[in-house]
Write a protein that binds this ligand. Structure first.
Ligand code: PBG
Length: 326
């Protein structure tokens, strides 16, 4: 079919035609909204590099969760800032740790909301690395046990799903075994299967106070130059029992999302990370771009690449825009 027989503009004539042939859709129930939980009371503190995103104390969570539900967002992922940090991240699996308290509060007040927990040690270690150290190196196998303990403590507190983001080898199998042995066979694992050593995590590290105190995360997170390696990482996690695969970051890695979508039949999630959010906000604030439109276009690109789920700081704003349109 060539011009003049075929004229693609025929189907772009008005918004009803455009809606009729629209291939990709955004729905709030595809979004997961990240929440940062801090010790204390009545705290609602905006994160400077992430306008519109707040650190919340436990007593503020129910209201935030209800707002999400009202907007059609049915899942949140929790990150915690503990009272105290130590070398081995003990706060991550403390019975009354910040995340454990947050999970109980949310499940008590808004039980229908899915509570997903990030399983990692970097917010809980004084050195800021995602595992425990032996001779200043993150020790893979020693870390596995702590991660499994952490995931289990989240399940015990009532988490609906756990999401390991540490990038240690073998952690999905270790966590699956710990959950199964303790009668949490029904708790799924959403694995950060493909997580790159990315500079796009900058604002998050301020928000969660988890920047590494020396070195970087390149010995455990992936090299941005690699894509075949992403398939090997995902294959491992699938074989170890992952239920959902995450690619992170999202926009700079849409090719990876699309390869995972083709190669695996598990649900694929994309983490649209803090730096990706901050860039939209910063440019919009200067009036250089239309923030709402760029946000929507960005989220569409992630869906178009093949992500079923998007973990995004834009969730509430985008849901509001979608609701107003209807
Ligand atoms: C914990 C973790 C990080 C993010 C999610 N979980 C930080 C990191 O690995 O340095 C980043 C999320 C974001 O940037 O929005 N390891």
């Amino acid at each position: 079919m060539v011009f003049p027989e075929y004229r693609p503009r025929r189907l772009r004539k008005n918004s009803a035609f455009r809606a009729l042939i629209s291939e990709t859709h955004l729905r709030p129930d595809q979004f997961v909204f990240p929440l940062f939980v801090v010790p204390g009371k009545k705290i609602r503190q905006e994160i400077p590099s992430m306008p519109g995103i707040f650190r919340l104390s436990v007593d503020q969570l129910a209201a935030e969760a209800r707002e999400c539900l009202k907007l059609g967002i049915r899942a949140v992922i929790l990150f915690g800032l503990p009272e105290k940090k130590d070398g081995v991240g003990s706060g991550a699996h403390a019975k009354n740790g910040i995340i454990q308290l947050a999970i109980r509060e949310l499940k008590n007040t808004v039980p229908e909301l899915l509570v997903i927990t990030d399983v990692c040690l970097c917010e809980y270690t004084d050195h800021g690395h995602c595992g425990c150290l032996i001779d200043n190196e993150v020790d893979n196998d020693a870390t596995l046990e702590i991660l499994a303990k952490t995931a289990l403590s989240h399940a015990e507190a009532g988490a609906d799903m756990v999401a390991p983001s540490d990038m240690m080898d073998g952690r999905v199998a270790e966590i699956r075994a710990a959950l199964d042995e303790n009668n949490f066979q029904e708790v799924p694992i959403m694995s950060y299967a493909v997580k790159y050593a990315s500079a796009f995590y900058g604002p998050f590290r301020d928000a969660a106070d988890c920047a590494p105190q020396f070195g970087d995360r390149k010995s455990y997170q992936m090299d941005p130059a690699n894509s075949r390696e992403a398939l090997r990482e995902a294959t491992l996690d699938v074989d170890e029992g992952a239920d959902i695969l995450i690619v992170k970051p999202a926009v700079a890695y849409v090719d990876i999302i699309s390869r995972l979508r083709e190669e695996f039949d598990l649900p694929v999630a994309a983490y649209h990370v803090s730096g990706e959010y901050a860039m939209i906000k910063a440019a919009a604030e200067r009036g250089w771009i239309d923030g709402d439109k760029v946000m929507e276009e960005t989220l569409l690109s992630i869906r178009r690449a093949g992500a079923d789920i998007i973990i995004t700081y834009c969730a509430k704003e985008m849901a509001k825009i979608l609701a107003e349109r209807r």
